[in-house]
Write a protein that binds this ligand. Structure first.
Ligand code: PLP
Length: 406
Protein backbone atom coordinates (compact mmCIF):
# COMPACT_ATOMS: atom_id res chain seq x y z
CA UNK A 1 0.00 0.00 0.00
CA UNK A 2 1.35 3.46 -0.83
CA UNK A 3 1.98 5.94 1.96
CA UNK A 4 -0.93 8.12 0.84
CA UNK A 5 -3.23 5.10 0.71
CA UNK A 6 -2.16 4.10 4.22
CA UNK A 7 -3.04 7.57 5.55
CA UNK A 8 -6.33 7.60 3.66
CA UNK A 9 -7.41 4.25 5.11
CA UNK A 10 -6.08 4.51 8.67
CA UNK A 11 -8.14 5.17 10.66
CA UNK A 12 -11.33 4.06 8.85
CA UNK A 13 -14.34 6.40 8.93
CA UNK A 14 -15.31 5.13 12.40
CA UNK A 15 -11.88 5.86 13.81
CA UNK A 16 -10.51 2.29 13.80
CA UNK A 17 -7.01 1.02 13.09
CA UNK A 18 -7.82 -2.65 12.52
CA UNK A 19 -9.54 -3.72 15.73
CA UNK A 20 -8.20 -0.79 17.78
CA UNK A 21 -9.41 2.79 18.32
CA UNK A 22 -13.04 3.89 18.00
CA UNK A 23 -15.12 6.24 20.16
CA UNK A 24 -16.62 5.15 23.50
CA UNK A 25 -18.09 8.17 25.23
CA UNK A 26 -20.79 9.08 27.71
CA UNK A 27 -23.82 10.41 25.76
CA UNK A 28 -23.28 13.99 26.98
CA UNK A 29 -19.94 14.14 25.13
CA UNK A 30 -20.94 12.53 21.83
CA UNK A 31 -22.13 15.74 20.20
CA UNK A 32 -18.95 17.57 21.24
CA UNK A 33 -16.68 14.92 19.72
CA UNK A 34 -18.71 14.76 16.52
CA UNK A 35 -18.27 18.52 16.21
CA UNK A 36 -14.47 18.20 16.59
CA UNK A 37 -14.30 15.38 14.02
CA UNK A 38 -16.26 17.33 11.44
CA UNK A 39 -14.36 20.55 12.02
CA UNK A 40 -10.99 18.83 11.84
CA UNK A 41 -11.83 17.00 8.64
CA UNK A 42 -12.63 20.26 6.85
CA UNK A 43 -10.11 22.56 8.47
CA UNK A 44 -7.09 20.26 8.16
CA UNK A 45 -7.40 20.43 4.36
CA UNK A 46 -7.63 24.22 4.18
CA UNK A 47 -4.57 25.92 2.70
CA UNK A 48 -5.00 28.79 5.14
CA UNK A 49 -4.81 26.48 8.18
CA UNK A 50 -1.82 24.58 6.77
CA UNK A 51 0.07 27.75 5.96
CA UNK A 52 -0.64 29.32 9.33
CA UNK A 53 0.63 26.21 11.10
CA UNK A 54 3.76 26.22 8.92
CA UNK A 55 4.48 29.82 9.80
CA UNK A 56 3.97 29.14 13.53
CA UNK A 57 6.33 26.17 13.39
CA UNK A 58 9.03 28.22 11.72
CA UNK A 59 8.72 31.52 13.58
CA UNK A 60 7.49 30.53 17.04
CA UNK A 61 8.55 26.92 17.59
CA UNK A 62 11.93 27.19 15.86
CA UNK A 63 11.38 24.36 13.39
CA UNK A 64 12.84 22.54 11.63
CA UNK A 65 14.76 21.07 14.56
CA UNK A 66 18.12 19.63 13.45
CA UNK A 67 19.31 16.05 12.98
CA UNK A 68 22.63 15.50 14.75
CA UNK A 69 25.29 12.77 14.39
CA UNK A 70 26.57 11.55 17.80
CA UNK A 71 30.15 10.94 16.66
CA UNK A 72 31.81 10.58 20.07
CA UNK A 73 29.15 8.31 21.55
CA UNK A 74 29.03 6.16 18.40
CA UNK A 75 32.80 5.80 18.42
CA UNK A 76 32.76 4.64 22.04
CA UNK A 77 30.17 2.00 21.22
CA UNK A 78 32.10 0.84 18.18
CA UNK A 79 29.19 -0.20 15.96
CA UNK A 80 26.29 1.44 14.13
CA UNK A 81 26.22 5.26 14.06
CA UNK A 82 23.70 7.02 16.29
CA UNK A 83 21.85 10.10 15.03
CA UNK A 84 19.36 12.23 16.97
CA UNK A 85 16.31 14.16 15.82
CA UNK A 86 16.52 17.12 18.22
CA UNK A 87 12.93 17.63 19.43
CA UNK A 88 14.53 18.82 22.68
CA UNK A 89 15.26 22.03 20.73
CA UNK A 90 11.60 22.57 19.86
CA UNK A 91 10.27 25.61 21.81
CA UNK A 92 9.32 24.69 25.39
CA UNK A 93 11.74 21.76 25.28
CA UNK A 94 9.83 18.79 23.88
CA UNK A 95 7.71 17.48 21.03
CA UNK A 96 4.42 18.09 22.88
CA UNK A 97 4.14 21.64 21.57
CA UNK A 98 3.76 20.22 18.02
CA UNK A 99 0.28 18.90 18.68
CA UNK A 100 -0.68 21.57 21.22
CA UNK A 101 -0.15 24.34 18.63
CA UNK A 102 -2.21 22.34 16.12
CA UNK A 103 -5.02 21.73 18.61
CA UNK A 104 -5.08 25.37 19.72
CA UNK A 105 -5.08 26.59 16.10
CA UNK A 106 -8.05 24.30 15.46
CA UNK A 107 -9.78 25.84 18.51
CA UNK A 108 -9.23 29.28 17.00
CA UNK A 109 -10.66 28.22 13.61
CA UNK A 110 -13.68 26.70 15.40
CA UNK A 111 -14.27 30.01 17.19
CA UNK A 112 -13.67 28.55 20.68
CA UNK A 113 -12.52 30.77 23.55
CA UNK A 114 -11.12 28.17 25.92
CA UNK A 115 -9.00 25.01 25.83
CA UNK A 116 -9.36 22.34 28.52
CA UNK A 117 -7.07 19.42 29.38
CA UNK A 118 -5.76 17.26 32.17
CA UNK A 119 -2.11 16.76 32.98
CA UNK A 120 -0.18 14.19 35.01
CA UNK A 121 3.47 15.14 35.22
CA UNK A 122 2.57 18.63 33.98
CA UNK A 123 4.40 18.52 30.63
CA UNK A 124 1.21 18.54 28.57
CA UNK A 125 -0.23 21.29 30.78
CA UNK A 126 2.81 23.50 30.19
CA UNK A 127 2.80 22.93 26.42
CA UNK A 128 -0.92 23.67 26.20
CA UNK A 129 -0.60 26.78 28.40
CA UNK A 130 2.14 27.95 26.01
CA UNK A 131 -0.16 27.47 23.01
CA UNK A 132 -3.04 29.23 24.81
CA UNK A 133 -0.85 32.25 25.56
CA UNK A 134 0.24 32.40 21.91
CA UNK A 135 -3.35 32.42 20.61
CA UNK A 136 -4.91 34.45 23.44
CA UNK A 137 -7.19 31.58 24.50
CA UNK A 138 -8.26 30.78 28.05
CA UNK A 139 -6.66 27.61 29.36
CA UNK A 140 -8.01 25.30 32.07
CA UNK A 141 -5.75 22.47 33.28
CA UNK A 142 -7.10 19.76 35.59
CA UNK A 143 -4.47 18.16 37.79
CA UNK A 144 -4.61 15.72 40.71
CA UNK A 145 -3.58 17.19 44.07
CA UNK A 146 -0.90 14.54 44.48
CA UNK A 147 0.62 15.52 41.12
CA UNK A 148 0.37 19.23 41.95
CA UNK A 149 2.52 18.61 45.04
CA UNK A 150 5.05 16.47 43.09
CA UNK A 151 5.36 18.72 40.05
CA UNK A 152 5.54 22.17 41.59
CA UNK A 153 7.82 23.76 38.92
CA UNK A 154 5.41 22.80 36.12
CA UNK A 155 2.45 24.16 38.08
CA UNK A 156 4.35 27.44 38.45
CA UNK A 157 5.08 27.53 34.71
CA UNK A 158 1.42 26.98 33.81
CA UNK A 159 0.35 29.80 36.13
CA UNK A 160 2.99 32.19 34.79
CA UNK A 161 1.71 31.43 31.28
CA UNK A 162 -1.77 32.43 32.44
CA UNK A 163 -3.45 29.02 32.74
CA UNK A 164 -5.99 28.20 35.44
CA UNK A 165 -4.89 25.04 37.30
CA UNK A 166 -7.85 23.15 38.77
CA UNK A 167 -6.84 20.84 41.67
CA UNK A 168 -8.63 17.47 41.65
CA UNK A 169 -9.17 15.93 45.09
CA UNK A 170 -11.23 12.80 44.31
CA UNK A 171 -9.98 9.18 44.40
CA UNK A 172 -6.20 8.80 44.16
CA UNK A 173 -5.94 12.53 43.24
CA UNK A 174 -3.85 11.71 40.16
CA UNK A 175 -4.10 11.47 36.35
CA UNK A 176 -7.18 9.25 36.06
CA UNK A 177 -9.27 11.55 38.26
CA UNK A 178 -7.91 14.57 36.38
CA UNK A 179 -9.17 13.03 33.09
CA UNK A 180 -12.65 12.56 34.57
CA UNK A 181 -12.66 16.12 35.90
CA UNK A 182 -11.53 17.60 32.55
CA UNK A 183 -14.21 15.62 30.66
CA UNK A 184 -16.86 16.79 33.12
CA UNK A 185 -15.90 20.43 32.66
CA UNK A 186 -15.78 20.00 28.87
CA UNK A 187 -19.25 18.38 28.75
CA UNK A 188 -20.62 21.48 30.51
CA UNK A 189 -18.88 24.05 28.34
CA UNK A 190 -18.20 22.58 24.88
CA UNK A 191 -20.15 25.31 23.09
CA UNK A 192 -17.27 27.70 23.63
CA UNK A 193 -14.41 25.42 24.55
CA UNK A 194 -12.45 22.46 23.20
CA UNK A 195 -10.73 19.54 24.91
CA UNK A 196 -7.08 18.93 23.97
CA UNK A 197 -5.54 15.55 24.60
CA UNK A 198 -1.87 15.05 25.52
CA UNK A 199 -0.91 12.08 23.34
CA UNK A 200 -1.94 10.04 20.29
CA UNK A 201 -4.74 8.31 22.16
CA UNK A 202 -8.26 8.82 23.49
CA UNK A 203 -11.48 8.59 21.48
CA UNK A 204 -11.41 9.31 17.72
CA UNK A 205 -10.48 11.84 16.26
CA UNK A 206 -7.65 12.50 18.77
CA UNK A 207 -5.26 9.68 17.77
CA UNK A 208 -5.60 10.87 14.17
CA UNK A 209 -5.21 14.59 14.91
CA UNK A 210 -2.22 14.16 17.18
CA UNK A 211 -0.52 11.83 14.68
CA UNK A 212 -1.07 14.34 11.88
CA UNK A 213 0.36 17.22 13.94
CA UNK A 214 3.34 15.16 15.15
CA UNK A 215 4.19 13.78 11.68
CA UNK A 216 6.29 16.88 11.11
CA UNK A 217 9.01 15.08 13.14
CA UNK A 218 9.28 12.13 10.75
CA UNK A 219 8.82 14.25 7.62
CA UNK A 220 11.61 16.63 8.56
CA UNK A 221 14.02 13.99 9.80
CA UNK A 222 13.56 11.72 6.77
CA UNK A 223 14.47 14.60 4.48
CA UNK A 224 17.31 15.82 6.70
CA UNK A 225 18.86 12.39 7.09
CA UNK A 226 18.75 11.79 3.33
CA UNK A 227 20.39 15.13 2.73
CA UNK A 228 23.11 14.50 5.32
CA UNK A 229 24.07 10.98 4.32
CA UNK A 230 22.49 10.27 0.93
CA UNK A 231 20.76 7.26 2.47
CA UNK A 232 17.89 6.36 4.76
CA UNK A 233 18.78 5.14 8.27
CA UNK A 234 18.76 1.35 8.79
CA UNK A 235 16.62 1.77 11.85
CA UNK A 236 14.68 4.44 13.75
CA UNK A 237 13.44 4.43 17.35
CA UNK A 238 11.48 6.52 19.84
CA UNK A 239 10.16 6.14 23.38
CA UNK A 240 6.50 5.23 23.77
CA UNK A 241 4.31 6.52 26.60
CA UNK A 242 0.97 7.21 24.96
CA UNK A 243 2.84 7.18 21.68
CA UNK A 244 2.68 10.70 20.20
CA UNK A 245 6.36 11.43 19.56
CA UNK A 246 6.86 7.88 18.31
CA UNK A 247 3.92 7.80 15.89
CA UNK A 248 4.95 11.20 14.49
CA UNK A 249 8.47 9.94 13.90
CA UNK A 250 7.47 6.51 12.54
CA UNK A 251 4.62 7.08 10.08
CA UNK A 252 6.64 8.92 7.37
CA UNK A 253 9.08 5.95 7.31
CA UNK A 254 6.35 3.30 7.12
CA UNK A 255 6.90 2.45 3.46
CA UNK A 256 10.70 2.57 3.60
CA UNK A 257 13.10 -0.35 4.10
CA UNK A 258 13.77 0.87 7.65
CA UNK A 259 13.40 -1.15 10.87
CA UNK A 260 11.20 0.67 13.38
CA UNK A 261 11.42 0.25 17.16
CA UNK A 262 9.15 1.64 19.87
CA UNK A 263 10.76 1.63 23.31
CA UNK A 264 8.58 1.25 26.40
CA UNK A 265 9.61 1.71 30.07
CA UNK A 266 10.44 -1.51 31.95
CA UNK A 267 10.96 0.49 35.17
CA UNK A 268 12.19 -1.67 38.04
CA UNK A 269 11.35 -4.98 36.34
CA UNK A 270 8.66 -7.31 35.04
CA UNK A 271 6.30 -7.43 38.04
CA UNK A 272 2.97 -5.72 37.62
CA UNK A 273 3.17 -2.23 39.13
CA UNK A 274 6.92 -1.98 38.43
CA UNK A 275 6.76 -0.92 34.77
CA UNK A 276 4.54 0.53 32.01
CA UNK A 277 5.51 -1.80 29.14
CA UNK A 278 2.02 -2.19 27.70
CA UNK A 279 3.00 -3.93 24.47
CA UNK A 280 4.96 -6.64 26.29
CA UNK A 281 2.56 -7.34 29.16
CA UNK A 282 -0.83 -5.91 28.13
CA UNK A 283 -3.89 -7.35 26.43
CA UNK A 284 -6.75 -5.96 24.40
CA UNK A 285 -9.12 -3.76 26.36
CA UNK A 286 -10.97 -0.44 26.55
CA UNK A 287 -9.75 2.49 28.63
CA UNK A 288 -10.52 6.24 28.48
CA UNK A 289 -12.87 5.86 25.51
CA UNK A 290 -10.88 3.77 23.00
CA UNK A 291 -9.82 0.15 22.35
CA UNK A 292 -6.13 -0.68 22.52
CA UNK A 293 -3.63 -2.79 24.38
CA UNK A 294 -4.07 -2.18 28.11
CA UNK A 295 -2.03 -3.22 31.16
CA UNK A 296 -4.56 -4.90 33.43
CA UNK A 297 -4.84 -6.52 36.83
CA UNK A 298 -6.24 -10.07 36.90
CA UNK A 299 -9.76 -8.69 37.42
CA UNK A 300 -9.47 -6.59 34.23
CA UNK A 301 -9.06 -3.20 35.93
CA UNK A 302 -6.20 -0.93 34.72
CA UNK A 303 -2.95 -1.96 36.41
CA UNK A 304 -0.80 0.42 38.46
CA UNK A 305 2.18 1.62 36.42
CA UNK A 306 5.62 2.95 37.23
CA UNK A 307 8.62 4.42 35.41
CA UNK A 308 11.46 6.72 36.43
CA UNK A 309 10.17 8.84 33.52
CA UNK A 310 6.79 10.15 34.64
CA UNK A 311 5.80 11.02 31.04
CA UNK A 312 5.83 7.31 30.15
CA UNK A 313 3.71 5.84 32.95
CA UNK A 314 0.38 5.22 31.25
CA UNK A 315 -1.32 1.78 31.34
CA UNK A 316 -2.29 1.80 27.65
CA UNK A 317 -0.93 3.00 24.31
CA UNK A 318 -2.25 4.78 21.22
CA UNK A 319 -4.40 2.48 19.03
CA UNK A 320 -2.30 2.90 15.88
CA UNK A 321 0.73 1.48 17.71
CA UNK A 322 -1.22 -1.62 18.74
CA UNK A 323 -2.34 -2.07 15.13
CA UNK A 324 1.12 -1.59 13.59
CA UNK A 325 2.57 -4.07 16.09
CA UNK A 326 -0.08 -6.70 15.25
CA UNK A 327 0.51 -6.38 11.50
CA UNK A 328 4.24 -6.79 12.13
CA UNK A 329 5.44 -3.40 10.86
CA UNK A 330 6.79 -1.97 14.13
CA UNK A 331 8.79 -3.80 16.81
CA UNK A 332 8.22 -2.92 20.46
CA UNK A 333 10.93 -3.39 23.02
CA UNK A 334 11.74 -1.88 26.40
CA UNK A 335 14.45 -0.28 28.54
CA UNK A 336 14.68 -0.32 32.35
CA UNK A 337 15.12 2.69 34.65
CA UNK A 338 18.75 1.72 35.09
CA UNK A 339 19.39 1.56 31.30
CA UNK A 340 17.63 4.91 30.80
CA UNK A 341 19.70 6.60 33.51
CA UNK A 342 22.87 5.13 32.01
CA UNK A 343 21.92 6.63 28.62
CA UNK A 344 21.02 9.94 30.31
CA UNK A 345 24.55 10.30 31.70
CA UNK A 346 26.38 9.01 28.62
CA UNK A 347 24.59 11.37 26.24
CA UNK A 348 25.26 14.24 28.66
CA UNK A 349 28.98 13.51 29.03
CA UNK A 350 29.85 12.41 25.50
CA UNK A 351 27.68 14.78 23.47
CA UNK A 352 26.80 17.70 25.76
CA UNK A 353 23.09 16.97 25.51
CA UNK A 354 21.06 16.36 28.69
CA UNK A 355 18.05 14.33 27.52
CA UNK A 356 14.64 13.95 29.20
CA UNK A 357 14.38 10.66 31.11
CA UNK A 358 11.59 9.66 28.72
CA UNK A 359 13.83 10.19 25.68
CA UNK A 360 16.70 8.42 27.49
CA UNK A 361 14.79 5.14 27.02
CA UNK A 362 15.09 5.54 23.24
CA UNK A 363 18.78 6.46 23.53
CA UNK A 364 19.35 3.35 25.70
CA UNK A 365 17.86 1.15 22.98
CA UNK A 366 19.94 2.87 20.28
CA UNK A 367 23.09 2.21 22.31
CA UNK A 368 22.14 -1.47 22.57
CA UNK A 369 21.48 -1.56 18.83
CA UNK A 370 24.75 0.21 17.99
CA UNK A 371 26.77 -2.32 19.99
CA UNK A 372 25.03 -5.30 18.35
CA UNK A 373 25.15 -4.10 14.74
CA UNK A 374 28.63 -3.51 13.51
CA UNK A 375 27.62 -1.11 10.71
CA UNK A 376 24.74 1.08 9.63
CA UNK A 377 22.87 3.92 11.32
CA UNK A 378 20.05 4.35 13.78
CA UNK A 379 18.06 7.60 14.06
CA UNK A 380 16.61 8.30 17.52
CA UNK A 381 13.83 10.75 18.19
CA UNK A 382 15.12 12.73 21.18
CA UNK A 383 11.64 13.79 22.35
CA UNK A 384 12.70 16.33 24.98
CA UNK A 385 15.38 17.96 27.10
CA UNK A 386 16.27 16.86 30.61
CA UNK A 387 16.30 20.15 32.57
CA UNK A 388 13.10 19.05 34.33
CA UNK A 389 14.82 15.84 35.50
CA UNK A 390 18.23 16.97 36.75
CA UNK A 391 17.30 17.48 40.44
CA UNK A 392 15.67 14.06 40.67
CA UNK A 393 18.53 12.31 38.89
CA UNK A 394 21.25 13.88 41.04
CA UNK A 395 19.35 13.06 44.23
CA UNK A 396 18.95 9.38 43.30
CA UNK A 397 21.94 8.61 41.07
CA UNK A 398 24.56 11.27 41.78
CA UNK A 399 26.41 13.08 39.01
CA UNK A 400 27.02 10.01 36.87
CA UNK A 401 30.65 9.14 37.58
CA UNK A 402 29.63 5.49 37.97
CA UNK A 403 28.02 5.42 34.53
CA UNK A 404 30.97 6.17 32.30
CA UNK A 405 32.00 2.58 31.52
CA UNK A 406 30.96 1.01 28.22
C1 PLP B 1 5.23 13.35 27.46
C2 PLP B 1 6.54 12.98 26.98
C3 PLP B 1 6.78 11.72 26.36
C4 PLP B 1 5.73 10.66 26.26
O1 PLP B 1 4.62 10.96 25.46
P1 PLP B 1 4.36 10.30 24.04
O2 PLP B 1 2.96 10.67 23.76
O3 PLP B 1 4.54 8.81 24.19
O4 PLP B 1 5.32 10.87 23.09
C5 PLP B 1 8.04 11.47 25.86
N1 PLP B 1 9.05 12.36 25.95
C6 PLP B 1 8.86 13.57 26.55
C7 PLP B 1 10.01 14.50 26.62
C8 PLP B 1 7.61 13.92 27.08
O5 PLP B 1 7.44 15.11 27.67
Amino acid sequence: MSFRAYLRNHPDEKGYYGEYGGVFLPPELEEAFTEITQAYQTICHSAQFINELRRIRREFQGRPTPVYHCERLSKKLGGAQIYLKREDLNHSGAHKLNHCMGEALLAKYMGKKKIIAETGAGQHGVALATAAAFFGLECEIHMGEVDIAKQAPNVTRMKILGAKVIPVSTGLKALKEAVDSAFESYAKSYKDSIYCIGSALGPHPFPLMVRDFQMVIGQESREQFLEMTGLLPDAICACVGGGSNAIGMFIPFLNDPVDIYGVEPLGRGEKIGDHAATMSYGSKGTLHGFVSQVLMNEDGSPAPVYSVASGLDYPSVGPEHAYLRDVGRIHYTSATDEEAVDAFFKLSRYEGIIPALESSHAVAFAMRYAKEKKTGAILVNLSGRGDKDVDYVVEHYGYGDNYMKF
